[in-house]
Design a protein around this ligand. Structure first.
Ligand code: CP3
Length: 346
């Protein structure tokens, strides 16, 4: 189907667009009262993720309410561990919790590579419903976690400041770690391909815990698996967002992906110099900037747009939008990107 707004896709192809496209990581979620209303009708987060009609509804909310140039399918990166045999719970105000974790080879033996049509059909189904209801208004982004980030949750069993258990495993049982990472990678490739077959126009890989590994370990235990994913996904453009992976950024030139996400600690001119025309860059306003007054948001947004320049940039925050941000401020950021980036071209 022909998209009415294909700014995101044209930007990813390197075309000179009339303005910069903008969306927000974690836009489908708690900042919107409309999301919370749907969420309250359900028996929990996991149930909402598994309900294609409701998932489609909250996926489209930010398109209608905030005016973003892309939708991102409402789901979670933790559906992969669940389909591999480690179910998760989402504990209110605390985050994910896994009743069972991976601590030994025997624990890995009990896992399987995810069977997408058997256990994860709800995401492709939600994508089909969303595409139908979006009716070509904006492109739809599919996503998955990077194998290292998924591994970190499966071994730790919850969020953590240090993720010391998964990091310990890299030193104590590196071969075991590789076995699990490969199973996650195979599951993720199949999952992303199913999302693409269902209609995802772009896919993004979130490596939220990239920043806690050394450069050497990141290359061995994360980037090598992300590279396999990028090589396997040939149908649509891939975006890789590796939060905190500063020292590994030079290695990302070699990835078979169109776009790299930057967090707000990454220096824009330095990243432009590193990637040249080779990669489209996405990001990277500090999510905390949206706590500021509108004059400050305007100034920060313009500074960011000036630093990236008009083309090969997808405006976004440097990480997911914080849940207590006023949606009005998020909307202001989006409108400011639209207005100023169009002005920049005249
Ligand atoms: O709008 C979107 O971006 C699509 C939806 C989306 C969710 N999670 C919904 C969600 C996406 C892309 C994710 C990705 C995700 N999930 C990541 C990678 C991005 C990042 O922020 O680094 C990670 C690490 C997770 C794991 C996860 N899910 C955590 C740690 C938590 C709890 C903390 C938090 O941010 O809330 C979740 C819960 C979650 N995922 C919520 C939503 C809307 C909130 C729970 C709720 O509504 O009850």
């Amino acid at each position: 189907m022909q998209l009415k707004n294909d700014l995101l896709l044209r930007t990813i192809r390197g075309e000179k667009t009339e303005r910069t496209p903008v969306w927000l990581m974690r836009q489908a979620g708690r900042i919107l009262p409309e999301y919370r209303a749907v969420r309250e009708k359900m028996h929990g987060f996991v149930e909402l993720v598994k309900n294609p009609e409701r998932a489609a509804e909250v996926t489209i909310q930010p398109v209608d309410i905030l005016g973003v140039d892309a939708a991102i399918i409402f789901s979670d990166i933790l559906v992969i561990p669940e389909a591999m045999g480690l179910p998760y719970e989402m504990v209110e105000k605390r985050g994910p919790y896994f009743p069972k974790t991976v601590r030994s080879a025997a624990d890995i033996d009990r896992l399987k590579v995810a069977d997408i049509s058997g256990d994860l059909a709800y995401t492709p189904e939600a994508i089909k419903v969303t595409k139908r209801e979006l009716d070509g208004r904006v492109p739809l982004i599919g996503f998955a976690g990077a194998p290292w980030t998924i591994f970190a949750y499966m071994v730790e069993g919850s969020g953590s400041k240090t993720f010391s258990r998964p990091r310990a495993m890299l030193y104590q049982e590196p071969e075991m770690a590789h076995r699990l990472l490969q199973m996650i990678t195979d599951s993720t490739i199949a999952y992303l391909k199913a999302q693409i077959a269902a209609g995802a126009d772009v896919v993004q890989v979130f490596d939220s815990w990239a920043g806690i590994l050394s450069t050497q370990q990141y290359a061995e235990f994360s980037l090598s698996y992300i590279a396999r994913i990028c090589d396997a996904i040939t149908e649509v453009p891939v975006t890789v967002f590796a939060k905190g992976a500063f020292t590994s950024m030079p290695d990302m030139n070699a990835l078979n992906c169109a776009t790299l996400g930057l967090d707000w600690n990454m220096d824009i001119p330095q990243m432009r110099a590193l990637f040249g025309e080779g990669k489209v860059l996405q990001g990277n306003l500090d999510p905390a900037a949206l706590y500021a007054d509108k004059a400050t948001i305007k100034k920060e947004t313009r500074q960011m747009l000036d630093a990236f320049g008009p083309y090969r940039h997808i405006a976004n925050l440097g990480h997911g939008v914080y849940p207590d941000i006023d949606p009005d401020k998020a909307k202001y950021f989006i409108e400011e990107v639209k207005e100023y980036s169009a002005e920049m071209r005249s």
